[in-house]
Design a protein around this ligand. Structure first.
Ligand SMILES: [Fe+2]
Length: 474
């Protein structure tokens, strides 16, 4: 059966246009004219996603988003918006909306959004299926039952869960699996070998060699081996595959003096299953993060489009900033941060009214004070995304001056992050050379003169010299 989409808008014209485009793409579509009607549709049918307007009678779109999210956090909601209501789009995203659809509505834009939603839905379903397949929940219940009598062990599952949930990167997670296994089993040797998918070999980083993986492990089964040490004592090896999304990610090898037994194996399985869930969540989260990022980038583009005189400004600032980073030979991860921060440096202008942002005449002092809030507004928007902590600070300081006379904080010199100093230079140069309603853009040689004049006051002297000599001049 085709995926269905729910469109909520009080304007019948908009409802018809969007639902027609959705149906043309082969999806089913229901329409509701307000939040109450939408909630009753959601009670009777299931949907791939919901498109909703914000300004509606009876219930606002924001209220509707909150109500939907309270019922089903995983149902994606797309906000229908004109460019003039970007501030509302941001509020909607804070309430849990995943994306927005802006006017004029194009079939390609809707296709892209629905494709993305469908991929996310499949990913979520895959995860659920996988969890069922390994009967994770039954295992947890079993384990809980077994542990109830044993006071000293009663908290161990909780410890595992807490430890696993608090970890972020995959490498942290692998180290924790080894640690927790040792704590759980005592008197065992534990090692984790990641699988190289290309060569289908397990990588032994300590000894620097690769081992072929057995079919049993590849198919998700535990391997149990036994042998004798040179001293004649018996030794046992139990190898658990760590499966992520149905594929082997690596193996956990446990050497012990006695057979592990069902109970101990159960604990290790529980640990590996929780870790696998966490790893899948990390992957899913990264996917959602990418989505959020692309939404922010399209907002930056729309922002540029709001003012015809500054269109393409963000793109040019990004290109100049990356050119400076190239000359400075900054490492790739710094360039990645710079790319995002430069692309979104003026995102805070969504919080500045058109009457000020698009004013053709010179700004009054009061208006200028309002404009000066945009670095903080931008940083506050990005603060919602924890992995963007660095970009957040760089954006906050992109109007600071080297002599400490900039805004918002008035910090100076090297106290201003290097990447912010780079963006300041690129941003100012582009502003100088672009046409404005009240003046023509400066010629390159005049802009160079201006940069020289402001070197040491507004700009970092080293960066300014490098920019003039290696990028735009002489
Ligand atoms: Fe700015």
């Amino acid at each position: 059966m085709n995926d269905r989409v729910l469109v909520v808008d009080d304007d019948p014209g908009i409802r018809d246009t969007i639902s027609q485009l959705i149906e043309e793409l082969g999806y089913g579509c229901d329409c509701a004219s307000d939040g109450i009607e939408a909630l009753s549709c959601l009670n009777t049918s299931s949907y791939l996603c919901v498109f909703t307007d914000i300004m509606m009678p009876k219930m606002t779109g924001l209220e509707l988003i909150k109500r939907i999210k309270a019922k089903d956090i995983s149902l994606p909601i797309i906000v229908i918006t004109g460019y003039a209501s970007l501030e509302i789009a941001i509020d909607a995203m804070k309430c849990g909306a995943s994306d927005f659809l802006s006017k004029p509505f194009k079939v390609s834009q809707i296709q892209l959004l629905l494709g993305k939603m469908r991929r996310e839905k499949l990913l979520l379903e895959e995860n659920r299926k996988y969890s069922d397949a390994i009967q994770l929940y039954r295992l947890i219940d079993n384990l809980k039952g077994q542990l109830e009598d044993k006071n000293n062990e009663i908290t161990s599952l909780q410890t595992i869960s807490e430890k696993i949930i608090s970890l972020k990167g995959i490498r942290d997670l692998v180290a924790a699996i080894v640690d927790v296994s040792k704590q759980l089993l005592e008197d065992v040797d534990v090692e984790f070998y990641p699988l190289n998918r290309k060569t289908q070999t397990l990588i032994d980083t300590k000894r620097g060699h690769h081992r072929i993986i057995s079919t049993d492990l590849m198919e998700g089964r535990i391997m149990r081996l036994s042998g004798h040490l040179t001293t004649g004592e018996r030794t046992f090896q139990t190898i658990f595959p760590l499966m992520i999304e149905g594929q082997v990610f690596g193996t956990l090898d446990i050497h012990s003096d006695t057979v592990l037994g069902e109970e101990k194996e159960g604990k290790i399985l529980y640990l590996l299953n929780r870790s696998a869930e966490r790893m899948e969540n990390v992957a899913l989260y990264e996917g959602l993060y990418e989505n959020m990022l692309s939404t922010l980038k399209s907002m930056a583009k729309i922002l540029d489009a709001r003012d015809p005189h500054t269109s393409q400004h963000s793109t040019r600032v990004t290109n100049f900033s990356l050119a400076i980073a190239d000359v400075l030979e900054l490492p790739q991860d710094e360039k990645d941060v710079l790319y995002i921060a430069a692309s979104l440096h003026d995102i805070g202008k969504v919080g500045i009214p058109d009457s000020i942002l698009l004013k053709p005449d010179k700004l009054t002092d009061e208006e200028f004070t309002t404009i000066k809030r945009h670095p903080d507004i931008g940083a506050d928007i990005l603060k919602q995304l924890p992995p963007m902590a660095r970009e957040t600070e760089i954006i906050r300081f992109h109007h600071e001056h080297y002599d400490g006379k900039g805004y918002p904080l008035g910090i100076g010199g090297r106290e201003i992050p290097l990447l912010s100093r780079i963006i300041t230079l690129a941003d100012s140069y582009d502003a100088m050379t672009s046409d404005r309603p009240y003046r023509k853009g400066l010629a390159i040689n005049k802009a160079i003169e201006e940069i020289r004049r402001c070197t040491g006051t507004q700009f970092d002297p080293e960066l300014a010299t490098l920019f003039i000599n290696k990028i735009i001049g002489p």
